[in-house]
Design a binder for this molecule. Structure first.
Ligand code: NOJ
Ligand code: CA
Length: 696
């Protein structure tokens, strides 16, 4: 990415901002409240291709600020930009804006796999040098891309002698929200920087009661506007947490580093994009979140046909139930025989792969100091298992739990991945189970350092791992990861991740995930990318037989609602054999999609999602509800009008729901026409899933 040299452009002062002009424009707009024009200096304003969304830069009291308006009304009111630089003080005061340069872009690109095969990348771009006056004259460019559905902006540090070795103590980017109604916005968020990383149930509070939050964070205003704040293309920088300063004023707080300064880079470089996605309803927010992919760089890996969407089973749930163990001993899960049995089950039911956790030596040592990533326990024969899998047409999915010892993993990485490559393994689940701040690495002299899961070190680590994996045609599913910022576009073998409260909490979490969890996730965490939820617990019970607060049909709905290109059927094989109707659905449901439509939904309440199989004519629809029963009328206008379809439906049955018979499920077939509406009832804690195939 070429970084421009702003100094030359700065010598044309005629186009610089006049604060008086900005003030005048703002005053004019007070008189014209519904005008779809930018409220700011037109020389430093960029609007979306459809003109609804505008981003305006200004200087107020010597500080660079930005605002975002939608149809002429404020979304983000003036919010400061800046940095606290190590040894260099604040880069914030005494600023002037240089001349803006502009570009427009409209391109449709194809994903190798995803929720949508085609993605349209259409925006107007503005680049403005922000120049510090006086002694230092440090310049940073702000680059803004305004899409119809949101805004991305980033700082680009050009090559300049007075700011060459950049140490960032804090980024001072603000997000100050316009209230959008007397009551002020509501927010759905999880705490940032807390010990359990991203594995929290979402808080739903007034926006002015948010503390320190992870992104993506979703806001809904009283006037119905939905806003998500997040970041895109986080690869060599510290992730931000969103810290509420007061009222509706928020600011970035970068995840800490053992090095003091939170980011250390050599100029030229660019920060990740700071994103503001805006829509008038929750389904619109999901659709607009493709700006995150668009703000990432195109595929660097070339043909990634080897990074295959797949459904997998695995030696996993039995450990979370405490029936088997990861470590060897009398309860060892990953034995040769257990794995051969799972391979047989996968082959018989059309699953693509078998995850094996706990096959390698070292479980579980403090901070993962004993893990051996290329050495099997004596009761696990990798050669035999992989040869048998190959014979049965099934793949093995590898596992690398690090317990947060990313340093040890990096030291063994080549050997560990070579070992998998030799055994024909094409995907690996990684894991970083450690409290926030408990990532261990070593300096070259052996000194131990402790990092955060989302600091600069780990941002780089995850890229290092996917690059090393890509060289061996291995796809990655990271648990306890850094948040998703759309890097899968650049590295399509970064296929899925955890980074939310998944189904392991259904086994032992206190409390287990409530029915509102998925309708919340869809409009929060899922805006950022795929999630390895690990659904499909058809026994509806966790550890020691504790009942899950879900219906059977709901377990199936999750396969459509929560997107992951690696999707697990997480329950024990014997439990699937007891529920053949549910198993039939899980066997059939696709994992790769041509296109996706969120048909309706409200955050934390319910959602209905339709997805068309990639390269196919069949559609799949999933619905989830919170602990309220709900009737929906599925609007089938996405199908060609009056074309006959056969709908195969798995829905909550009479007397079902979490307060009734959770297993009550009706499986039925109906003929319907495109354009019809299909009424379905979801019971409390329930849902439905259905397929739509053209008749004949
Ligand atoms: C936590 C992961 O989320 C889970 O899926 C895995 O089984 C354990 N760590 C052990 O690695
Ligand atoms: Ca986890």
């Amino acid at each position: 990415m070429p970084i421009t040299m702003p100094h030359a452009r700065l010598r044309s002062p005629t186009r610089w901002t006049h604060p008086a002009l900005a003030c005048f424009a703002a005053l004019m707009l007070l008189a014209l409240p519904s005008a779809a024009v930018a409220q700011g200096d037109p020389d430093h304003t960029a609007c979306s291709p459809d003109g609804t969304l505008c981003f305006a830069l200004a200087i107020e009291g010597g500080i660079a600020t930005y605002r975002v308006d939608r149809e002429g009304a404020p979304v983000i009111v003036p919010s400061k930009l800046g940095f606290q630089l190590h040894g260099g003080g604040k880069w914030q005061n005494g600023m002037e804006l240089g001349e803006a340069t502009r570009a427009s872009h409209d391109e449709t690109w194809e994903q190798p796999w995803g929720e949508n095969r085609l993605v349209r990348d259409r925006y107007n771009e503005m680049r403005v040098p922000i120049v510090e006056q006086g002694r230092a004259q440090r310049v940073i460019d702000l680059v803004v891309r305004v899409f119809d559905g949101g805004v991305g902006f980033r700082y680009e540090f050009p090559d300049q002698p007075q700011l060459a070795d950049v140490k960032i103590d804090e980024e001072l980017t603000e997000f100050n929200f316009a209230p959008g109604g007397d009551a002020g916005p509501e927010a759905w968020w999880i705490p940032g920087g807390e010990w359990n990383r991203y594995e929290y149930l979402y808080h739903h509070t007034p926006a002015n009661q948010v503390g320190m939050a992870h992104s993506p964070i979703t806001f809904r205003r009283q006037d119905g506007l939905h806003i998500s704040i997040h970041e895109a293309a986080l690869s060599d920088y510290s992730a931000f947490w969103l810290q509420r300063i007061d009222g509706l004023h928020f600011r970035t707080f970068l995840a800490p580093s053992s090095q003091g300064s939170k980011v250390h880079r050599a100029a030229p470089f660019a920060t990740p994009w700071r994103t503001i996605t805006v829509a008038t309803d929750a389904p619109g927010l999901y659709a607009a979140s493709d700006i995150l992919l668009n703000l990432n760089e195109p595929n660097r890996l070339g043909d990634v046909g080897w990074a295959k969407p797949q459904k997998y089973v695995g030696i996993w749930w039995a450990m979370h139930l405490d029936k088997w163990s990861w470590n060897d001993g009398p309860k060892h899960g990953a034995t040769t025989q257990h794995t051969l049995d799972y391979i047989d089950f996968a082959a018989a039911h059309g699953f693509d792969s078998v995850l094996v956790e706990g096959w390698n030596k070292g479980w579980w040592s403090e901070s993962g100091r004993n893990f051996q990533f290329a050495e099997a326990y004596p009761d696990f024969d990798m050669d035999r298992v992989t040869a048998y899998a190959k014979k049965r047409g099934v793949e093995i999915m590898g596992h690398h739990e690090t317990a947060g010892n990313a340093g040890l993993y990096e030291r063994q990485l080549d050997e560990a991945l070579d070992y998998y490559e030799r055994h024909g393994i094409h995907s690996v689940k990684t894991g970083y189970v450690a409290d926030a701040g408990g990532i261990l690495r070593e300096d070259p002299d052996g000194t131990e350092q402790w990092e955060y899961h989302d600091g600069q070190f780990m941002a780089r680590h995850h890229v290092l791992v996917v690059e090393a994996a890509a060289r061996r045609h291995i796809a990655v599913d990271a648990h306890e990861p850094i948040k998703d910022t759309g890097l899968r576009r650049t590295y399509p073998n970064m296929m899925t991740r955890e980074g939310a409260r998944g189904f392991e909490y259904m086994a032992w979490g206190e409390p287990p995930n409530p029915p509102s969890h998925e309708p919340t996730l869809l409009f929060t965490r899922m805006l950022s990318g795929p999630f390895d939820l690990t659904p499909g617990i058809v026994s509806l019970e966790g550890r020691d037989g504790r009942p899950l607060p879900n219906t059977l049909a709901r377990q199936l709905a999750d396969y459509v609602v929560i997107y992951s290109p690696l999707q697990m059927a997480a329950d024990l094989p014997e439990n699937y054999l007891k529920r053949p109707d549910a198993l039939a659905f899980i066997e059939q449901v696709p994992v790769d999609w041509e296109q996706t439509r969120v048909l309706e939904g409200q955050i934390g309440e319910y959602a209905v999602v339709a997805r068309q199989r990639r390269g196919g004519a069949d559609w799949w629809v999933g619905g989830v509800t919170d602990d309220h029963a709900r009737k929906v009328a599925i609007d089938l206008s996405f199908l060609p009008a009056d074309r006959p379809y056969v709908a195969e439906i798995w829905r909550d049955g009479p007397g079902g729901g979490i307060d009734g018979d959770r297993f009550a499920m009706v499986r039925e077939t109906r003929r319907i026409n495109g354009g019809d509406s299909l009424p379905i009832e979801m019971m409390a804690g329930g849902g439905f899933a259905l397929s739509l195939r053209p008749a004949n």
